[in-house]
Ligand binder design. Structure first.
Ligand code: ADP
Length: 421
């Protein structure tokens, strides 16, 4: 018998396919979702080297070689793994599949995948050439593997569709916006949506009355100003390159640097690669991971060129975050309930959080050093001092859970509107 009590989330990249499987609670349990399996197919497209790493039901992670010439075979390997981890043909128990789709252009809500939605994702591939085509491959693979199961696209850009024109327009000729859809879109929206809900709960306020500055600081980093539960500004733009410095991305630079380098003979592709893959922590200090530089910046002083470059990279990163913090406090007229720190750096690095908030008492922000140091990995915490007007929250993000929840909601809304017809 088909139970239809599981929810699958898929995040397909160019050579990878990540999945997370959730058990849906009974209606009586509030419909809660709990993760029961997860994994990633790596080196998809290279059948001699591709493999699946996965775990289910609390087991140790296993790694197995599978020939995966494409995303359909990768998802086939996942389905096979899950069918043996759970009893029978697990695909029959799947209620819905949620897909992370990076760029959704004007889409402001997650949507059931139809021919029209598929074509929006295809059109947006022009703006997100590295992300949307593999997202589509994941969708096509899932349409085959989970035939007849509702599929939902959850867009990373959707949460930011509430930005006002003054925030999303570039000061370029207006026709670039009308004719080519060149504007700021913003990303990490699934994370911001989830964190807004979590923060409002923690603050004991309705989302619609909650103002936040959220810092999603990982290998990819961005920030978002949330007013009344809605995004009013964010640091990423047309692509995920704008804004903060990141692991390998430069973030904001003078755009004239690109034309200068082009005039010196670099091709557009080389410039793009340099800004996206060879800049940020990697470009400044030789390694993309903050953990490799934090000791030089926060530990006992060591001399030498490498340590100097590490300190410089960390300082550039901190300065950029503080610049956006200041800007977003202004956008919110100083009416900020909480600063939220999330993702790899935001959740794990107490010294970075301390530096971001240093000297912000004038804006009502005062960190409690002991609480900040004591914030447990993977746990929500308020690390603000008791007399801080603005709370400082450390919140683990969970983009897959957010995608799963949104998928359940879209399917429920679609079936109730179908029933109403
Ligand atoms: P993404 O989802 O964008 O790939 P994550 O949110 O997983 O990135 O963040 C990964 C980054 O977080 C790492 O590259 C590293 O710089 C940083 N990070 C993770 N753990 C720590 C830590 N304990 N201290 C400092 N930085 C950390």
């Amino acid at each position: 018998m088909a139970l239809r009590n599981k929810l699958m989330v898929i995040n397909a990249g160019s050579s990878s396919l990540k999945f997370k499987l959730f058990q849906m609670g009974q209606a009586g349990e509030g419909g809660a979702l709990s993760a029961i399996a997860s994994g990633v197919c790596e080196r998809v497209g290279d059948p001699s080297a591709s493999f699946l790493r996965a775990k289910a039901n609390g087991s140790e992670e296993s790694k197995a070689q599978h020939a995966m010439p494409d995303h359909t075979s990768a998802l086939g390997a996942v389905a096979q793994y899950l069918s043996s981890a759970f009893t029978g043909d697990f695909t029959k128990d799947v209620h819905g599949v949620g897909h992370r789709v990076v760029h959704g252009r004007h889409m402001s809500q997650p949507a059931l995948i139809s021919a029209e939605v598929r074509s929006t994702i295809e059109q947006a591939a022009d703006l997100a050439p590295l992300h949307n085509p593999p997202n589509l491959m994941g969708i096509d693979a899932a349409l085959q593997t989970f035939a007849g199961v509702p599929q939902v696209a959850v867009f990373d850009t959707a949460f930011h569709q509430t930005m006002p024109p003054a925030a999303f327009m570039y000061a370029l000729p207006y026709e670039l916006y009308t004719d080519r859809a060149i504007r700021r879109y913003g990303f990490h929206g699934t994370s911001y949506k989830y964190l807004t809900t979590q923060a409002a709960k923690m603050l004991g306020k309705p989302e619609a009355e909650t103002n936040l500055v959220i810092c999603h600081l990982g290998a990819g980093s961005s920030m978002c100003a949330v007013q009344g539960g809605r995004s009013v500004d964010t640091s990423m733009g047309l692509t995920p390159l704008e804004g903060l410095m990141m692991g390998t991305r430069c973030g904001d630079i003078d755009p004239a640097i690109t034309s200068y380098l082009a005039a010196k003979g670099m091709s557009p592709k080389e410039i793009d690669q340099m800004m996206n893959k060879k800049s940020g922590f990697l470009g400044l200090a030789g390694n993309a991971d903050l953990r490799n530089h934090a000791e030089a910046r926060f530990g006992p002083h060591v001399g030498g060129d490498a340590a100097e470059r590490s300190r410089l990279a960390v300082d550039v990163y901190i300065r950029r975050v503080r610049k956006y913090l200041g800007a977003y406090f202004m956008h919110l007229d100083g009416q900020v309930d909480a600063i939220v720190f999330s993702a790899g750096i935001g959740e794990n690095s107490a010294p970075m959080r301390r530096e971001f908030c240093r000297g912000m008492e004038f804006a009502g922000v005062k960190i409690d050093e002991a609480k900040n140091e004591g914030a447990g990995v993977g746990k929500a915490a308020d690390v603000a001092a008791a007399d801080s007007r603005v709370r400082i929250l450390v919140l683990p993000t969970d983009e897959e859970l957010s995608i799963a929840q949104q998928t359940v909601d879209v399917i429920a809304a679609a079936s109730s509107s179908a029933a109403a017809v």
